[in-house]
Design a binder for this molecule. Structure first.
Ligand code: AMP
Length: 445
């Protein structure tokens, strides 16, 4: 998880980064930060909390310069503290460097041990700092060569944006796990985790940083090189299932349209039903439910009002807070529920706690039957590449069979879409996804 952004050659660089971080807020709510560079050198500010809590107008105008990068954080490695907030800003042999990272480096313990043994002193507990040490310790003559060498030592998921004097460098792991798109406005370039951040800042999408690629942008130009032989694309399929914003475009389609099509395939698989209405768990469930409704002819009705001012429960690290927030965030719309047989669609079942609560709410509000349909297959594998799934044994699909899960959740029926349909709807003919959370087929371990 985490959202990253970078922009070159624009006098409003930090304001645009601030706007972009707003649109990437769903990718992380623990901390955020911006580093800018211009005539007055580097400027830096970060803090714990949401973008709107951390930044104000004065702080943004202090972050002067034509280049900026930013980050919103959700910790998957390292604790949720201010010292781990990004962008990280460090001094290297090549001068000052700021870096923002999305992903999870799976050989970070090994690398850290080796670097510490030979003298590196780490300032944070994140895996993101490792790349800066690798750059600093390289014998290469320039930053890009040192970066290339460092990147090829990393295993796992990483999309990076680096800010050095007068350039932004973006890099993506050879598997392409985490997203990284490129935008352009005149002679200015932007890099972002999702296209929604390009839309909100007025940049046109011009492509992606490809797996195993470095893109250097400065002075109205962009230059792409391969630092590593790319593996085939292993795009995280869970981005489209749950994580990405519906208005973002992945593989030429908005995520909302992909979810709509998944909903249609889910309806085709599920077959005829005696349900009165179909609904989705907001927000992600709504597009699935609309597609299901279209295919099945069953009317769509919203059965929950989402409180948009409540934080995303999953993004709160402690279980106790998660459960409390889950309750606060969805209110049943009783008149649409009472006496109805309801198909309810959610994107995924992880531990099963959310679904159990939600089904319970529908029953309490008078639903006659609740058929829970899940728009992704059972989650059986923990993610090592940056999506926060719990350990293998906490995953409900590893502890119970279908009937036991249905019973635990309290639904009258439970159905998961097949992986085949999911991949079909998410792709554009290729099958280059990481689906390890469903089939434990890990591209790299
Ligand atoms: P659970 O209650 O553990 O089964 O979690 C499932 C709910 O959390 C679903 O409603 C999803 O929308 C959401 N969700 C699933 N996976 C994740 C994830 N990795 N990060 C954040 N939220 C998630």
């Amino acid at each position: 998880m985490c959202g990253i952004f970078g922009v070159t050659d624009n006098k409003d660089s930090s304001f645009l980064t601030y706007i972009a971080l707003y649109s990437l807020q769903h990718r992380g709510q623990e901390s955020c930060g911006i580093v800018s560079w211009g005539k007055k050198g580097f400027k830096y500010y970060n803090g714990m909390g949401l973008v709107q809590e951390v930044f104000n107008r004065d702080l943004i105008s202090n972050l002067s310069g034509d280049f900026a990068i930013g980050h919103v954080r959700y910790s998957t490695t390292g604790s949720s503290t201010i010292s781990n907030a990004q962008p990280l800003f460090l001094n290297t042999r090549f001068g000052e460097v700021a870096v923002a990272h999305n992903g999870n480096i799976i050989n970070s313990n090994e690398l850290k041990r080796e670097l510490s043994r030979t003298g590196s002193i780490f300032q944070t507990t994140t895996d993101s700092e490792i790349i800066v040490h690798l750059i600093s310790r390289s014998n290469k003559n320039n930053f890009i060569e040192a970066l290339s060498e460092g990147l090829s030592k990393l295993k796992g998921a990483f999309s990076f944006v680096f800010l050095v004097e007068n350039k932004i460098i973006a890099a993506r792991d050879p598997w392409g796990f985490r997203p990284l798109v490129i935008g352009r406005k005149g002679k200015s370039f932007a890099f972002a985790s999702e296209t929604t951040a390009l839309d909100s800042t007025g940049y046109d999408f011009i492509g992606e940083v490809e797996p195993g690629e470095i893109a250097v942008a400065s002075n109205g130009k962009i230059k792409k090189t391969k630092y590593s032989k790319p593996d085939k694309f292993h795009r995280c399929i869970f981005e489209q299932v749950y994580f990405a914003r519906p208005d973002s475009v992945v593989l030429d389609k908005t995520v909302a349209m992909t979810r709509y099509e998944i909903g249609k395939l889910l309806a085709a698989e599920f077959g005829k039903s005696d349900a009165d209405i179909v609904s989705g768990v907001p927000d992600s469930g709504t597009s699935y439910a609309l597609g299901f409704s279209k295919e099945s002819g069953i009317n769509y009705m919203p059965v929950f009002m989402k409180n948009h001012y409540a934080p995303r429960s999953f993004l709160q690290p402690q279980q106790s807070l998660r459960e409390f927030i889950a309750d606060l965030k969805l209110a049943p719309i009783k008149d649409f529920i009472k006496g109805k047989k309801i198909i309810l669609i959610d994107d995924s079942l992880v531990r099963g706690t959310t679904s159990r609560k939600i089904v319970g709410k529908l029953k309490k509000a008078g639903a006659k039957k609740v058929y829970l349909l899940i728009a992704s297959p059972p989650i059986r594998g923990s993610c090592f590449y940056g999506i926060d799934t719990p350990t293998k044994k906490e995953l409900i699909a590893n502890r119970m069979n279908l009937e036991e899960i249905r019973d635990f959740i309290g639904a009258d029926k439970l159905y998961y879409i097949s992986l085949k349909s999911l991949v079909k709807a998410c792709g554009n003919g290729d099958k280059n996804f990481c689906t390890a959370c469903f089939d434990r087929d890990y591209p790299i371990l």
